[in-house]
Design a protein around this ligand. Structure first.
Ligand SMILES: [Zn+2]
Ligand SMILES: [Zn+2]
Length: 377
Protein backbone atom coordinates (compact mmCIF):
# COMPACT_ATOMS: atom_id res chain seq x y z
CA UNK A 1 0.00 0.00 0.00
CA UNK A 2 1.41 3.38 -0.96
CA UNK A 3 1.62 5.92 1.79
CA UNK A 4 -0.09 9.31 1.43
CA UNK A 5 2.20 12.16 0.34
CA UNK A 6 4.42 13.84 2.91
CA UNK A 7 3.46 17.29 4.16
CA UNK A 8 6.83 18.87 3.57
CA UNK A 9 6.19 22.08 5.52
CA UNK A 10 5.31 20.12 8.67
CA UNK A 11 8.22 17.72 8.25
CA UNK A 12 10.78 20.52 7.77
CA UNK A 13 9.30 22.54 10.62
CA UNK A 14 9.57 19.64 13.11
CA UNK A 15 13.10 18.79 11.94
CA UNK A 16 14.30 22.39 12.05
CA UNK A 17 12.90 23.18 15.51
CA UNK A 18 14.12 19.86 16.96
CA UNK A 19 17.60 20.36 15.44
CA UNK A 20 17.88 23.86 16.92
CA UNK A 21 16.70 22.61 20.34
CA UNK A 22 19.07 19.62 20.34
CA UNK A 23 22.20 21.18 18.78
CA UNK A 24 22.13 24.97 18.73
CA UNK A 25 20.71 25.55 22.23
CA UNK A 26 23.46 23.49 24.00
CA UNK A 27 26.17 25.17 21.85
CA UNK A 28 24.82 28.61 22.81
CA UNK A 29 24.63 27.50 26.46
CA UNK A 30 28.26 26.35 26.34
CA UNK A 31 29.73 29.42 24.67
CA UNK A 32 27.49 32.25 25.86
CA UNK A 33 25.39 30.64 28.64
CA UNK A 34 21.83 31.63 29.40
CA UNK A 35 20.94 33.94 32.27
CA UNK A 36 18.18 33.33 34.83
CA UNK A 37 15.82 35.71 33.02
CA UNK A 38 16.02 33.63 29.83
CA UNK A 39 15.45 30.41 31.77
CA UNK A 40 12.51 31.95 33.66
CA UNK A 41 10.94 33.26 30.45
CA UNK A 42 11.30 29.81 28.86
CA UNK A 43 9.62 28.03 31.80
CA UNK A 44 6.87 30.67 32.10
CA UNK A 45 6.08 30.45 28.38
CA UNK A 46 6.06 26.63 28.49
CA UNK A 47 3.34 26.85 31.13
CA UNK A 48 1.43 29.68 29.44
CA UNK A 49 1.31 28.10 26.00
CA UNK A 50 0.97 24.51 27.26
CA UNK A 51 -1.94 25.36 29.54
CA UNK A 52 -3.59 27.40 26.78
CA UNK A 53 -3.78 24.11 24.89
CA UNK A 54 -4.96 21.98 27.84
CA UNK A 55 -7.29 24.47 29.57
CA UNK A 56 -8.27 26.40 26.43
CA UNK A 57 -8.14 24.34 23.23
CA UNK A 58 -8.94 21.11 25.05
CA UNK A 59 -11.19 21.51 28.09
CA UNK A 60 -12.87 24.84 27.22
CA UNK A 61 -13.40 24.67 23.47
CA UNK A 62 -13.26 20.98 22.50
CA UNK A 63 -15.34 19.73 25.42
CA UNK A 64 -17.19 22.80 26.74
CA UNK A 65 -16.32 21.64 30.26
CA UNK A 66 -16.74 25.21 31.51
CA UNK A 67 -17.23 28.78 30.26
CA UNK A 68 -14.70 31.58 30.36
CA UNK A 69 -14.54 35.37 30.29
CA UNK A 70 -13.45 36.90 26.94
CA UNK A 71 -10.17 38.05 28.49
CA UNK A 72 -9.30 34.45 29.37
CA UNK A 73 -10.29 33.30 25.88
CA UNK A 74 -8.09 35.91 24.22
CA UNK A 75 -5.19 34.78 26.41
CA UNK A 76 -5.75 31.14 25.42
CA UNK A 77 -6.10 32.12 21.74
CA UNK A 78 -2.79 34.01 21.67
CA UNK A 79 -0.72 31.62 23.78
CA UNK A 80 -2.42 28.62 22.16
CA UNK A 81 -1.27 29.93 18.76
CA UNK A 82 2.19 30.14 20.33
CA UNK A 83 2.10 26.34 20.77
CA UNK A 84 1.84 25.96 16.94
CA UNK A 85 -0.81 23.24 16.85
CA UNK A 86 -3.04 24.95 14.27
CA UNK A 87 -6.10 27.05 15.08
CA UNK A 88 -8.57 26.35 17.88
CA UNK A 89 -11.25 25.49 15.30
CA UNK A 90 -9.06 22.98 13.49
CA UNK A 91 -7.63 21.43 16.65
CA UNK A 92 -11.07 21.01 18.25
CA UNK A 93 -12.53 19.51 15.08
CA UNK A 94 -9.78 16.85 15.04
CA UNK A 95 -10.11 16.30 18.77
CA UNK A 96 -13.87 15.82 18.69
CA UNK A 97 -13.41 13.21 15.95
CA UNK A 98 -10.73 11.56 18.12
CA UNK A 99 -13.25 11.18 20.97
CA UNK A 100 -16.09 10.08 18.72
CA UNK A 101 -14.08 7.46 16.84
CA UNK A 102 -11.30 6.77 19.33
CA UNK A 103 -8.90 3.99 18.16
CA UNK A 104 -10.64 3.63 14.80
CA UNK A 105 -7.72 3.53 12.38
CA UNK A 106 -9.75 4.97 9.51
CA UNK A 107 -11.49 7.77 11.38
CA UNK A 108 -9.53 8.73 14.51
CA UNK A 109 -6.96 11.27 13.17
CA UNK A 110 -4.36 10.13 15.73
CA UNK A 111 -5.47 6.58 16.44
CA UNK A 112 -3.17 4.99 19.04
CA UNK A 113 -3.87 1.62 17.46
CA UNK A 114 -1.48 2.68 14.72
CA UNK A 115 1.34 2.81 17.27
CA UNK A 116 3.37 5.33 19.24
CA UNK A 117 5.04 7.08 16.34
CA UNK A 118 1.86 7.62 14.34
CA UNK A 119 -0.19 8.96 17.27
CA UNK A 120 2.69 11.13 18.51
CA UNK A 121 3.88 12.80 15.34
CA UNK A 122 3.40 10.63 12.26
CA UNK A 123 -0.24 11.65 11.75
CA UNK A 124 0.90 15.22 11.07
CA UNK A 125 3.63 14.31 8.60
CA UNK A 126 1.50 12.83 5.83
CA UNK A 127 -1.73 13.87 4.23
CA UNK A 128 -3.91 11.10 5.73
CA UNK A 129 -7.16 12.98 5.11
CA UNK A 130 -8.88 11.44 8.13
CA UNK A 131 -10.63 14.77 8.55
CA UNK A 132 -11.00 15.99 4.96
CA UNK A 133 -14.19 17.99 5.48
CA UNK A 134 -12.74 21.25 6.55
CA UNK A 135 -16.10 22.91 6.90
CA UNK A 136 -15.71 22.06 10.61
CA UNK A 137 -19.27 20.74 10.77
CA UNK A 138 -18.62 19.24 14.21
CA UNK A 139 -17.67 22.68 15.54
CA UNK A 140 -20.70 24.79 14.58
CA UNK A 141 -20.86 26.04 18.17
CA UNK A 142 -17.26 27.28 17.98
CA UNK A 143 -17.92 29.07 14.72
CA UNK A 144 -20.20 31.40 16.71
CA UNK A 145 -17.39 32.23 19.13
CA UNK A 146 -15.81 35.55 18.10
CA UNK A 147 -12.45 34.78 19.71
CA UNK A 148 -12.24 31.39 17.98
CA UNK A 149 -12.99 32.90 14.56
CA UNK A 150 -10.66 35.86 15.08
CA UNK A 151 -7.84 33.44 15.90
CA UNK A 152 -8.76 31.12 13.00
CA UNK A 153 -8.84 33.94 10.43
CA UNK A 154 -5.59 35.51 11.67
CA UNK A 155 -3.82 32.37 12.80
CA UNK A 156 -0.59 32.88 10.84
CA UNK A 157 -0.07 36.43 12.04
CA UNK A 158 -0.93 35.66 15.68
CA UNK A 159 1.28 32.59 15.71
CA UNK A 160 4.24 34.45 14.21
CA UNK A 161 3.82 37.40 16.54
CA UNK A 162 3.59 35.10 19.57
CA UNK A 163 6.49 32.84 18.58
CA UNK A 164 8.94 35.42 17.32
CA UNK A 165 7.56 38.77 18.50
CA UNK A 166 7.18 37.94 22.20
CA UNK A 167 10.60 36.23 22.67
CA UNK A 168 12.31 38.91 20.54
CA UNK A 169 10.74 41.68 22.62
CA UNK A 170 11.75 39.95 25.86
CA UNK A 171 15.24 39.43 24.44
CA UNK A 172 15.53 43.08 23.46
CA UNK A 173 14.51 44.11 26.97
CA UNK A 174 17.09 41.68 28.35
CA UNK A 175 19.82 42.77 25.94
CA UNK A 176 20.18 39.44 24.05
CA UNK A 177 17.60 38.76 21.34
CA UNK A 178 19.22 35.57 19.98
CA UNK A 179 19.53 33.91 23.39
CA UNK A 180 15.87 34.57 24.21
CA UNK A 181 14.72 33.42 20.75
CA UNK A 182 16.60 30.16 21.19
CA UNK A 183 15.39 29.42 24.70
CA UNK A 184 11.94 31.01 25.07
CA UNK A 185 11.24 30.68 21.35
CA UNK A 186 12.49 27.39 19.94
CA UNK A 187 13.30 25.21 22.97
CA UNK A 188 10.03 26.23 24.60
CA UNK A 189 8.10 25.31 21.44
CA UNK A 190 9.73 21.88 21.10
CA UNK A 191 9.07 21.06 24.77
CA UNK A 192 5.40 22.10 24.53
CA UNK A 193 5.01 20.21 21.25
CA UNK A 194 6.21 16.91 22.62
CA UNK A 195 4.59 17.05 26.04
CA UNK A 196 1.23 17.81 24.46
CA UNK A 197 1.77 15.17 21.76
CA UNK A 198 2.34 12.65 24.57
CA UNK A 199 -1.37 13.00 25.38
CA UNK A 200 -2.22 11.46 22.01
CA UNK A 201 0.52 8.85 22.10
CA UNK A 202 1.71 7.75 25.56
CA UNK A 203 -1.60 8.52 27.31
CA UNK A 204 -3.16 5.88 25.06
CA UNK A 205 -0.39 3.33 25.51
CA UNK A 206 1.05 3.43 29.01
CA UNK A 207 -0.85 3.28 32.30
CA UNK A 208 -3.87 1.82 34.02
CA UNK A 209 -7.54 1.71 33.11
CA UNK A 210 -9.59 2.28 36.27
CA UNK A 211 -12.76 3.57 34.59
CA UNK A 212 -13.15 1.88 31.21
CA UNK A 213 -11.45 -0.58 28.90
CA UNK A 214 -13.64 0.29 25.93
CA UNK A 215 -10.77 2.32 24.43
CA UNK A 216 -6.98 2.55 24.77
CA UNK A 217 -6.89 5.67 27.00
CA UNK A 218 -4.84 5.29 30.19
CA UNK A 219 -4.42 7.01 33.56
CA UNK A 220 -0.78 7.70 34.33
CA UNK A 221 0.57 9.83 37.22
CA UNK A 222 4.02 10.30 35.70
CA UNK A 223 2.55 11.47 32.42
CA UNK A 224 0.12 13.78 34.24
CA UNK A 225 3.16 15.49 35.76
CA UNK A 226 4.54 16.34 32.31
CA UNK A 227 1.24 17.13 30.56
CA UNK A 228 -0.30 19.75 32.86
CA UNK A 229 -2.62 17.08 34.33
CA UNK A 230 -3.82 15.53 31.10
CA UNK A 231 -2.29 12.16 31.97
CA UNK A 232 -5.56 11.05 33.57
CA UNK A 233 -6.74 10.21 30.11
CA UNK A 234 -8.75 7.08 30.96
CA UNK A 235 -11.01 9.19 33.17
CA UNK A 236 -11.11 11.88 30.50
CA UNK A 237 -12.26 9.58 27.69
CA UNK A 238 -15.26 8.34 29.64
CA UNK A 239 -16.19 11.62 31.39
CA UNK A 240 -15.00 14.10 28.75
CA UNK A 241 -17.31 16.94 29.83
CA UNK A 242 -15.77 17.07 33.31
CA UNK A 243 -13.46 20.08 33.71
CA UNK A 244 -11.18 17.86 35.80
CA UNK A 245 -8.97 15.03 34.57
CA UNK A 246 -7.36 14.14 37.89
CA UNK A 247 -10.30 13.99 40.29
CA UNK A 248 -8.49 13.11 43.51
CA UNK A 249 -6.95 15.91 45.58
CA UNK A 250 -3.50 14.33 45.33
CA UNK A 251 -3.56 13.92 41.57
CA UNK A 252 -1.42 16.46 39.71
CA UNK A 253 -3.82 18.41 37.52
CA UNK A 254 -2.66 22.05 37.29
CA UNK A 255 -5.09 22.63 34.40
CA UNK A 256 -7.96 21.85 36.80
CA UNK A 257 -6.42 24.11 39.47
CA UNK A 258 -6.13 26.95 36.96
CA UNK A 259 -9.77 26.63 35.86
CA UNK A 260 -10.94 26.41 39.48
CA UNK A 261 -8.69 29.28 40.56
CA UNK A 262 -10.01 31.50 37.77
CA UNK A 263 -13.57 30.68 38.88
CA UNK A 264 -12.87 32.34 42.23
CA UNK A 265 -11.98 35.48 40.29
CA UNK A 266 -15.23 35.08 38.29
CA UNK A 267 -13.18 34.63 35.11
CA UNK A 268 -14.44 31.07 34.54
CA UNK A 269 -17.88 29.74 35.40
CA UNK A 270 -20.34 26.85 34.96
CA UNK A 271 -17.60 24.32 35.68
CA UNK A 272 -19.02 20.91 34.82
CA UNK A 273 -18.44 17.79 36.91
CA UNK A 274 -19.71 14.33 36.29
CA UNK A 275 -21.92 13.03 39.12
CA UNK A 276 -19.79 11.18 41.66
CA UNK A 277 -22.22 8.25 41.56
CA UNK A 278 -21.50 7.58 37.87
CA UNK A 279 -17.75 7.86 38.41
CA UNK A 280 -17.80 5.48 41.39
CA UNK A 281 -20.00 2.96 39.59
CA UNK A 282 -17.74 2.97 36.52
CA UNK A 283 -14.72 2.30 38.76
CA UNK A 284 -16.41 -0.57 40.60
CA UNK A 285 -17.66 -2.12 37.35
CA UNK A 286 -14.02 -2.18 36.16
CA UNK A 287 -12.93 -3.79 39.45
CA UNK A 288 -15.51 -6.51 38.83
CA UNK A 289 -14.16 -6.97 35.33
CA UNK A 290 -10.55 -7.30 36.53
CA UNK A 291 -11.50 -9.69 39.36
CA UNK A 292 -13.48 -11.83 36.90
CA UNK A 293 -10.59 -11.89 34.42
CA UNK A 294 -8.17 -12.85 37.20
CA UNK A 295 -10.42 -15.67 38.40
CA UNK A 296 -10.90 -16.98 34.87
CA UNK A 297 -7.20 -16.88 34.08
CA UNK A 298 -6.17 -18.67 37.30
CA UNK A 299 -9.10 -21.05 36.85
CA UNK A 300 -9.36 -22.57 40.38
CA UNK A 301 -11.63 -25.63 40.87
CA UNK A 302 -14.29 -23.51 42.65
CA UNK A 303 -14.25 -20.90 39.87
CA UNK A 304 -18.05 -20.81 39.49
CA UNK A 305 -18.52 -20.25 43.21
CA UNK A 306 -16.04 -17.35 43.22
CA UNK A 307 -17.61 -15.72 40.16
CA UNK A 308 -21.06 -16.06 41.75
CA UNK A 309 -19.83 -14.44 44.95
CA UNK A 310 -18.20 -11.60 43.05
CA UNK A 311 -21.38 -10.89 41.12
CA UNK A 312 -23.54 -11.07 44.27
CA UNK A 313 -21.26 -8.68 46.19
CA UNK A 314 -21.11 -6.33 43.23
CA UNK A 315 -24.92 -6.28 42.89
CA UNK A 316 -25.33 -5.65 46.63
CA UNK A 317 -22.82 -2.79 46.47
CA UNK A 318 -24.60 -1.19 43.52
CA UNK A 319 -27.94 -1.28 45.37
CA UNK A 320 -26.38 0.22 48.48
CA UNK A 321 -24.66 2.89 46.42
CA UNK A 322 -27.85 3.94 44.64
CA UNK A 323 -29.59 4.19 48.02
CA UNK A 324 -26.75 6.23 49.46
CA UNK A 325 -26.64 8.75 46.63
CA UNK A 326 -30.44 9.17 46.76
CA UNK A 327 -30.25 9.80 50.51
CA UNK A 328 -27.41 12.24 49.99
CA UNK A 329 -29.42 14.14 47.40
CA UNK A 330 -32.42 14.45 49.76
CA UNK A 331 -30.06 15.55 52.54
CA UNK A 332 -28.44 18.21 50.32
CA UNK A 333 -31.84 19.46 49.08
CA UNK A 334 -33.03 19.94 52.65
CA UNK A 335 -29.80 21.63 53.60
CA UNK A 336 -30.27 24.07 50.72
CA UNK A 337 -33.79 24.84 51.92
CA UNK A 338 -32.44 25.24 55.47
CA UNK A 339 -34.91 22.59 56.67
CA UNK A 340 -32.29 20.33 58.09
CA UNK A 341 -33.33 21.13 61.67
CA UNK A 342 -36.95 20.07 61.07
CA UNK A 343 -38.15 16.64 62.21
CA UNK A 344 -38.09 15.34 58.62
CA UNK A 345 -34.65 16.81 58.18
CA UNK A 346 -33.27 15.04 61.22
CA UNK A 347 -34.68 11.76 60.02
CA UNK A 348 -33.11 12.15 56.57
CA UNK A 349 -29.83 13.19 58.13
CA UNK A 350 -29.85 10.08 60.30
CA UNK A 351 -30.63 7.83 57.31
CA UNK A 352 -27.90 9.50 55.28
CA UNK A 353 -25.27 9.05 57.98
CA UNK A 354 -26.29 5.45 58.51
CA UNK A 355 -26.11 4.66 54.79
CA UNK A 356 -22.75 6.37 54.53
CA UNK A 357 -21.31 4.15 57.26
CA UNK A 358 -22.75 0.93 55.89
CA UNK A 359 -21.64 1.82 52.35
CA UNK A 360 -18.11 2.23 53.68
CA UNK A 361 -18.22 -1.27 55.21
CA UNK A 362 -19.63 -2.77 52.01
CA UNK A 363 -17.01 -0.98 49.89
CA UNK A 364 -14.14 -2.31 52.00
CA UNK A 365 -15.55 -5.81 51.79
CA UNK A 366 -15.80 -5.41 48.04
CA UNK A 367 -12.26 -4.11 47.72
CA UNK A 368 -10.83 -7.08 49.63
CA UNK A 369 -12.84 -9.52 47.58
CA UNK A 370 -12.17 -7.95 44.18
CA UNK A 371 -8.43 -7.64 44.83
CA UNK A 372 -8.01 -11.23 45.93
CA UNK A 373 -11.08 -13.12 44.76
CA UNK A 374 -9.52 -16.54 45.26
CA UNK A 375 -8.90 -16.06 48.96
CA UNK A 376 -12.42 -15.07 49.87
CA UNK A 377 -14.59 -17.72 48.30
ZN1 LIG B 1 -10.43 15.33 25.05
ZN1 LIG C 1 -7.32 10.55 23.70
Amino acid sequence: MTKPPLILVNLLFFIFTAAVAIFVVPIEAYFNSFDWKEVTACIALIWMSGMSITAGYHRLWSHKAYEAHTIVKIFYAIFGAMAVQRSILHWCSDHRIHHRHVDDNDKDPYSANKGFWFSHLGWMLRDYKTNPFEDYANCRDLQKDKVVMWQHNNYGKISLAANIGIPALLGWLNGDVIGMLLLAGVLRLVVVHHVTFFINSLAHLWGRQPYTDQNTAKDNDILAFFTFGEGYHNFHHIFEYDYRNGIRWWQFDPTKWLIKGLSWLKLTYNLRRCPEERIEKARIAMQLRYATQKTLSLSPPNKEEILGKLQAEYDALMVKMTEFYQARKSFMDLKKQALIQSYEGLEIRYKYKELKASLEVQKNKWLDLSRMPLQYA
